[in-house]
Structure formats: C-alpha cells, structure tokens
Design a protein around this ligand. Structure first.
Ligand code: GLV
Ligand code: GLV
Length: 346
C-alpha cells in the first residue's frame, strides 16, 4: 500500500511536483487555495505518515493524536515557515514526530520587510495615504512639517540613535545590518541570555561601524530604543512581553515594529499607547487574533499604525525556496531518515 501524505496546503507547482514524484506516496491535498479546514485536517489525519503544513493550519494535540489512531503513525510534519508555534511541539515530541521547517531562506525578505515597516511607521505613511485617498492633497499642498516623523538613523543632525531588538536571532541580525546603513549608532537587544555573546557583539559592532552592540535587560531595551523590532518566536514564553508597562517606558519618539508574532504585543495596550502618544508609531506585520481581523479593529483606524497582513517573507523567490525546502524536508525525513532542516526543541 502507498503511504498517505497529508498536504494541508498546495505549496506551488515545483514543490508539489517533487512530492508527487515519490512513487510510493499517495498525496491527500486540501483542494482549496485557503488554509485547510480544521475538521478536514482532523478527518484526514488518521493514517498519515507525513504532513505538509503552513501557518494557516493549527496542528494541535488532537490532530496529532488522531494521526496515531489508525495504521502507520505520523513521523514527520514539514512546515513552510520559520515559526513553529502553530504546531503542538510537546505533543509531537511525545509521539516522536519530527519537525521540518524553513529558517534562513526567508531571513533577507523578513529583514527587508522589517525595515519597510520601520520607515512606514516613522514617516506617517498610513496617515499620508489616507489623506491622499480622501482627495485632500490639493487643499493641504506641501507643508514644511506635513507628515514629518523622526529620522531613522543619524541624519543631518548627526544624532545618536539606538536600534533595539527583542530577540537577537538571524532575522534581527540581518535587520541590524540594514539599520547600520541608515546610520544608527548603537544596538541593544534582549534575549534569553543562555549564551555569552560578548565577543561576537564586539566584533559585530566593529564590523558595522557601531559604537556598541550589547545585551540589556527588558527595562533598558524599552527605555533606550529609538526603533524596536520584536523578533522572538511566538508561544507562551513571549506572550505580551510588550505590555502596558513596557510601552509606558518607551520613548515618545520611538517606533515599535512587530514582524514576529502577534501575541508578543498586547493589542489593547498598543492602542492606548498610540492614542495617548506614549510612542510615536507602530509597524505591524502580525497582530493578535490574525487572520480574523474585522474592518473595525482599532489598530486599523490608528493613523500612527502601519499594518500589513503577515507578508514578511512574501517575495516570489523566498516563498518558492521555502516551498522546495519544505518538500525536501518531508522527503528527506521519510525516505532517508534525515530532515535537511529540522526543528529541535532547545
Ligand atoms: C512566518 O511568519 C514564518 O514563520 O515563516
Ligand atoms: C528566527 O528563527 C530567526 O531566524 O531570527
């Protein structure tokens, strides 16, 4: 009998061709170009030895248990994402299910997007576009201080500026390289601090021409960042790290950019922060409760908030590369017992 492979999302021609070329596999593919229906996943999980998933499908303990009910057991879940918070990792580990994921290949695209959000937020793009679309440009004209925002980096005043990172993994570091070109003078970051990076940070500062790069506590991160990027994984360890207390400590001119996961930032607190001017602006690629964001969501109506719908890695090249890697991870895991890029619990 052929092995059943559950494909929760068609991930594109090239990657699907690789999967279809496996002679002893029978692919069961969610037929629509939308996230697979939860009940469909649950109904089709039993007997699957491998799964392809995206962020759109929640692979809960229930799904993982269902996959183990009938016949052969699920061995590999391959996700087309760097984040794995949509998969119940402890349930997977309990059943010795291995996880493939797609880091690194999306680092540049997400770092580019992070810079875009920092610029959109600081330079009042949301408000200026709203004005334009309302047909008001003619009556306003050009104004010396119209839609002005704080300079990202040093600028003509040669001001000191500090870029901050919550989490200092690959994407944060690639974003820092880009920010260095804007003339930021200092970098602070917060991470779990399990590894001493002092020597590497010194070398990084020298390489990028910054005064310093260094780990600080959360308090200091909030207080000193002019632009703050939140690039930690999702999940309960990072839930609402950016809360009301954190936002109140930030500079009034600070820009908060969340390209990571929605629940890192407390939405209610952010709305207050923007309304009451605790910070300058926010740029979000992700938001709590996504993708079910109603048209009347308060952040969609904040002139100082720029929001895009989780498209950080959305370049054609990056997505095609992620899809291929996702297919290869599944094939490697099931055929050779070796997942090219495997997610392992730290
Ligand atoms: C995007 O958020 C990803 O995890 O790949
Ligand atoms: C996270 O995995 C990152 O690449 O920063």
């Amino acid at each position: 009998a052929k092995s059943k492979i559950l494909i929760c999302r068609d991930i594109g021609e090239q990657a699907m061709a690789l999967l279809r070329a496996q002679p002893d596999w029978e692919l069961v593919v969610w037929p629509q170009d939308s996230p697979a229906d939860a009940q469909w996943v649950l109904d089709n999980a039993p007997g699957s030895v491998g799964m392809v998933v995206t962020l759109g499908e929640k692979i809960s303990e229930k799904v993982i248990d269902a996959a183990a009910v009938a016949g052969p057991e699920l061995k590999v879940i391959s996700t087309m994402s760097v984040g794995v918070d949509h998969v119940d990792l402890s349930a997977a580990a309990k059943r010795h299910i291995r996880i493939g994921y797609t880091p690194e290949v999306l680092t540049d695209a997400v770092a580019d997007c992070s810079i875009m959000l920092a610029l959109m937020a600081s330079r009042c793009v949301t408000a200026s576009q709203a004005m334009l679309r309302a047909g008001k440009w003619g009556s306003l004209g050009w104004g010396p201080y119209l839609f002005c925002g704080p300079q990202i980096g040093s600028g003509p005043t040669k001001k000191q500026s500090t870029v901050g990172f919550l989490g200092f993994g690959r994407i944060s570091q690639a974003t820092l390289v880009r920010m260095a070109a804007f003339g930021v003078t200092r970098c602070v970051y917060y991470n779990s601090g399990r590894v001493d990076r002092t020597a590497e940070d010194r070398a990084l500062a020298a390489k990028l021409g910054l005064e310093s790069v260094g780990r600080v506590e959360l308090d200091e991160l909030a207080r000193s960042s002019d632009v703050l990027f939140t690039l930690v994984p999702g999940g309960k360890d990072t839930f609402h790290i950016v809360d009301e207390a954190f936002l109140r400590k930030m500079k009034k001119t600070a820009v908060l950019v969340n390209p990571g996961r929605g629940p890192i930032v407390d939405t209610d607190a952010l709305v207050k922060a923007l309304k009451e001017g605790w910070i300058w602006a926010a740029g979000l690629d992700v938001i709590e409760g996504e993708p079910n964001i109603p048209a009347d969501h308060p952040l969609l109506h904040e002139p100082r908030c720029s929001i895009i719908p989780h498209i950080g890695s959305a370049t054609i090249e990056t997505r095609e590369t992620m899809a291929l890697l996702c297919a290869e991870n599944l094939i490697g895991g099931l055929k050779e017992g070796k997942i090219g890029v495997e997610y392992t619990l730290a």
